[in-house]
Design a protein around this ligand. Sequence first.
Ligand code: COA
Length: 408
Amino acid sequence: MAEGAHRSPLAGLIGGGLKLRYGSHPRADKRLRMETLVPQPIIAATGLYVPPESISNDELVSAFNAYVANFNAENAAAIARGELTPLQPSSAEFIEKASGIKSRYVVNKSGILDPAVMRPNIPERSNAELSVLAEMAVLAARDALAAWGGDIVEIGAVICAASNMQRPYPAIAIEVQNALGISGFAFDMNVACSSATFGIKTAADFVLGGSVRGVLVVNPEICSGHLNFRDRDSHFIFGDVATAVVVTEETLASGGWAILGTRLKTEFSNNIRNNFGFLNRCAPEGIGAPDKLFVQEGRKVFREVVPMVIEMIVDHAEDIGVDPRGLKRLWLHQANINMNDMIGRRVLDRAPTAEENVIILDAFANTSSAGSIIAFHSSNSDFAPGETGLICSFGAGYSAGTVFVRKR
Ligand code: COA
């Protein structure tokens, strides 16, 4: 048997439900031999980079309310004539109650909190410098690679899986690959908040298919860059962070997490959108319009995504022979605490404890693709070999991904 090749009882399942049949099939021997050579992918390690500045709800609300007061004062005459609706103030109590968010980390605080600016200040860098998104990714990647402790030559690919790329090309992933001295290939992929699980599945499939022996997946998210801080309904939602996941053949790490199954799902919806793009300059009338930043119908998202995700988790668990009620931990996407409560209750079939249903959005807010990975990274050290948990992300598209893992 070749080094790194093992009989994989889950080989057919990793690919999304294909089961190999033996016995009566005329090519059964050949199939069995192929399965015997399938390298089993694992999550070898994870890493995290947290920006140094954070903004509390009170700070965010006071900047927003200053902007509202200025706007209403400047437009007092039009408001008095009934030509303009006055803006309504925001409230820290509402934010915490409706979302569970108490504060968020950001790459630049001063710009966001300046009522005349209300966006992060992130100066351009020369092409000779690492871009800010790649820099965050590299810091998270170094954390993950150190935790893995393996030889970097075993990493054959880098995937940057995130909601917003700094530029169309060259890929951020190639910049990260270059900065870390990784050979092979690299590319960017964007599946909004589900990017990390889509990236993990892609990486696991690369390993399973024998393309490479190890993949670095990075999720740098500067969500504050696409957040409309002048929109009362959503100005509190996002934060900035970067996470990294090392996926390798099982022979390349001791410990880590067996990947029991990965599954992806998408279903078109307009309820979370961002129309920013390279064709905007061809329609100058739309430049600067609110839809060129993040917009959502939050209530509809809540109503539609929660049942979709519950069904997906329960079906996937059943298909791979995992009893969802026996999961030790849920590391769910971190968008809204009430969504996670509902999903947790249905999946575990009881009210989950705080330990079982990890919440990090109180301190991080929604960090898009990185949320479930922060939860996983920061709350898994108490697992004993054989214990099982679920990484699950969901968001725009709609999109959702499930990754069941078992401690090795
Ligand atoms: N401060 C104070 N009040 C506010 C407010 C603010 N910042 N924003 C909205 N409100 C008010 C609304 O005006 C409304 O008042 P009304 O009842 O008098 O009309 C009330 O609060 C409820 O507003 P609503 O937008 O229905 O809030 P909600 O309870 O649905 O919570 C979200 C809003 C965004 C937190 C919630 O819908 C959510 O998290 N949805 C899922 C989002 C998600 O997962 N997105 C994925 C992104 S990747």
